[in-house]
Design a protein around this ligand. Structure first.
Ligand SMILES: Cc1ncc(COP(=O)(O)O)c(C=O)c1O
Length: 366
């Protein structure tokens, strides 16, 4: 769009210069096998639909709990924290990441993150007009603790398991970092439910460390937009100062409560997804494709074509071929650490079978 001088010129200079976040494709027509934004292939607990159906018109007429009180209480209990003042609920964990940036980052206070990791962090930092502090992984994807300790950021965002690789940061490494890093540490555990370990146990040990989680992936509720943060009450108080008064709507609060209460249903789902993931990693490796050891609900793999080649063109060629089969995966072309890979969300067993057959076809053609 051609900028209108009476609108754009009045915007803050850093907003004019902003590159907005590019989410994965969300096709609105049917027939897609959607393996591009790490949604859960299975439906939420039946209790969620039942609880939503029971919401009365009278409760819809009124504002919801401003602090999502029921959910804070349940989360504290669920994660073994001393009380509800240790939990915060947001309109998706993206909102919480945004609020953390608002509290801790501006043109003088910087925010740090790993490359590669979640591509929303730099966008949120630009909105704050804050200088990003980037620390690079190398191909081993071993977390470079000393570099992060010395990076000088006011707040550092760790993604564990990492996106898009699926590689988790061991809890002992996070403990070591937390004991030496002078700023705030946010462990973004959007995929934490699929991992072998997590950092929730460190929250009470390190007041400046907090953990974010989401109901979008493990709890099959991406459309409901529910995320949470567990951290020291002082951190929660700061977030409460900057959030919208009613940041989580009534239906989402009800859905989240019903979901977190049905632990056995979700334990089963998560086990199924982990089994499919591990099977698929084995399958990719059997094809001779380098694949990182994922602890998330997606895998990051480097395709090899029928001629034995790897690289940017090969990854793009498979991505495009799958598109013609209405199979959506994700390609991250902006960095040399990621541009020869595809990220594939773990779908149902049947979806993964269809994907494998499509890959066999591509191998014959490529
Ligand atoms: C690493 C990471 N953090 C946070 C989110 C945001 O999740 P949501 O806003 O749906 O809770 C995502 C979503 O893809 C993610 O990959």
């Amino acid at each position: 769009m051609k900028p209108n001088p009476s609108i754009s010129a009045r915007a803050l200079a850093h907003v004019q210069a902003l590159d907005s976040y590019v989410p994965g494709k969300q096709p609105q027509d049917t027939g897609w096998i959607k393996l591009n934004t790490n949604e859960n292939p299975y439906p939420p607990s039946p209790d969620v639909k039942k609880a939503i159906a029971l919401i009365s018109g009278d409760s819809m007429r009124k504002y919801p709990s401003p602090i999502s009180a029921g959910l804070r209480e349940k989360l504290a209990h669920h994660y073994g924290l001393p009380g509800p003042d240790w939990a915060f609920v947001g309109n998706g964990s993206d909102e919480i990441l945004n609020l953390l940036m608002r509290v801790f980052c501006d043109s003088e206070k910087s925010g740090g993150y790993m490359v590669p990791s979640y591509s929303l962090y730099p966008v949120l930092l630009s909105i704050q007009n804050s200088e990003p502090v980037k620390v690079r992984y190398d191909e081993s994807m071993v977390f470079p603790t000393d570099e992060v300790v010395n990076c000088g950021a006011n707040i550092f965002f760790l993604t564990s398991p990492n996106a898009p690789t699926g590689v988790a940061i061991p809890t002992d490494t996070i403990r070591d970092l937390a004991s030496r890093f002078p700023g705030i540490i946010v462990v973004d555990e959007a995929y934490g439910s699929f991992a072998d370990e997590d950092a929730i146990g460190l929250i009470q040990e390190f007041p400046s460390l907090c953990v974010t989680r989401t109901f979008s992936k493990s709890h099959s509720l991406a459309g409901m937009r529910i995320g949470c943060l567990m951290g020291n009450p002082e951190m929660i108080e700061l977030l409460d100062k900057v959030r919208d008064s009613y940041n989580v709507n009534l239906v989402s609060q009800v859905a989240g409560l019903a979901a977190i209460s049905d632990t056995s249903y979700y334990e089963g789902l998560i086990e199924d997804i982990k089994r499919t993931r591990d099977q698929y990693i084995r399958e990719c490796r059997a094809r001779g494709w380098f694949t990182y050891p994922s602890q998330a609900n997606y895998i990051f793999t480097k395709p090899v074509n029928g001629a034995g080649e790897i690289g940017v063109e090969v990854a793009k060629s498979l991505f495009d071929f799958l598109l013609t089969r209405k199979i959506l995966v994700r390609y991250f072309g902006s960095d040399t650490l990621t541009d020869s890979f595809l990220r594939i969300s773990v779908g149902s067993e049947n979806e993964m079978l269809i994907l494998s057959e499509a890959i066999d076809q591509w191998l014959k053609n490529a």
